[in-house]
Design a protein around this ligand. Structure first.
Ligand code: ATP
Length: 245
């Protein structure tokens, strides 16, 4: 039998009070895949990631199923999801500004540490090898990093949890074009480590170049889906999201 996908989302509805933001989304991420979700502001992209991670605000209510490697996550708390391999880099990076780069990274392995794993030094080396700039700046306060370095630190911290599913909420947001390129190169390298990646982006061009499979989310519904290569040549996607009318 085929292995279950790393992530399977079935008929996901999310409401904030009386307002429904997601209207029954279906999505899958296979092992070693990069899957992207593109779409305009307010489409529900962050809502979807936060619902998957159990990181919605208290007003958010969920209906539908989220499965990680075949296990239904219903009623499973955020700590346990992290321990089981889900890692989210939120849109607001949520770094600790007055703590060093290295201490921010150590916090990323905290839940594994609590679960009994004492040796996070190896993973720290893995992260520093991916981001040499963070190694150079390991004693520097996170609050003094540049925008690109902060994004690297947020990614590195998520990797400290040794995720099987890495979810990235707009990793290119607010970064200069050259840094965006660097971040997407890093995402491609992460893929080679075998981690499954769910990438939410407004930068549709970079996202479709990087991903294997893509979903277009519009006002809470999947409007279109397919291999990223195919969507990059879809007239509607080109017109609306790539500015190639
Ligand atoms: P952006 O790219 O601008 O972050 P998005 O696609 O990530 O957009 P969401 O932030 O998920 O979209 O928002 C989806 C819808 O849910 C929007 O209409 C938004 O106003 C609404 N929404 C998001 N968070 C809340 C909240 N905490 N309370 C009420 N409504 C919310």
């Amino acid at each position: 039998t085929l292995a279950a996908p790393v992530l399977e989302v079935t008929d996901l509805h999310v409401s904030y009070g009386k307002v429904e933001a997601l209207h029954g989304v279906n999505l899958k991420v296979g092992a070693g895949q990069i899957v992207t979700v593109i779409g305009p502001n307010g489409a529900g992209k962050s809502t979807m990631l936060n619902a998957i991670a159990d990181a919605l605000p208290a007003s958010g209510a969920i209906r539908g199923t989220v499965s990680l490697a075949g296990n239904d996550m219903h009623g499973v708390a955020v700590e346990t999801r992290v321990a089981q391999g889900m890692s989210l880099v939120p849109e607001k990076r949520e770094l600790f500004s007055s703590m060093s780069v290295e201490d921010n990274l150590r916090l990323g392995s905290y839940r594994r540490y609590k679960a009994g794993e004492k040796n996070y030094g190896d993973q720290l080396d893995v992260v520093f090898d991916l981001f040499p700039r963070l190694r150079e700046r390991r004693r520097q306060d996170a609050g003094t990093l540049s925008g690109g370095e902060r994004q690297m630190l947020a990614l590195g911290r998520a990797l400290m949890a040794k995720p099987q599913l890495l979810m990235l909420d707009e990793p290119s947001l607010g970064l200069a074009p050259l840094i965006v390129k660097e971040i997407f190169n890093i995402i491609m390298r992460l893929k080679q480590t075998g981690v499954a990646i769910l990438l939410v982006e407004q930068n549709a061009r970079a996202a479709l170049q990087t991903a294997d499979y893509a979903y277009v989310l519009e006002t809470g519904d999947v409007a279109l889906e397919g291999p990223a290569e195919q969507l990059a040549h879809d007239p509607k996607v080109m017109d609306t999201y790539l500015g190639l009318a």
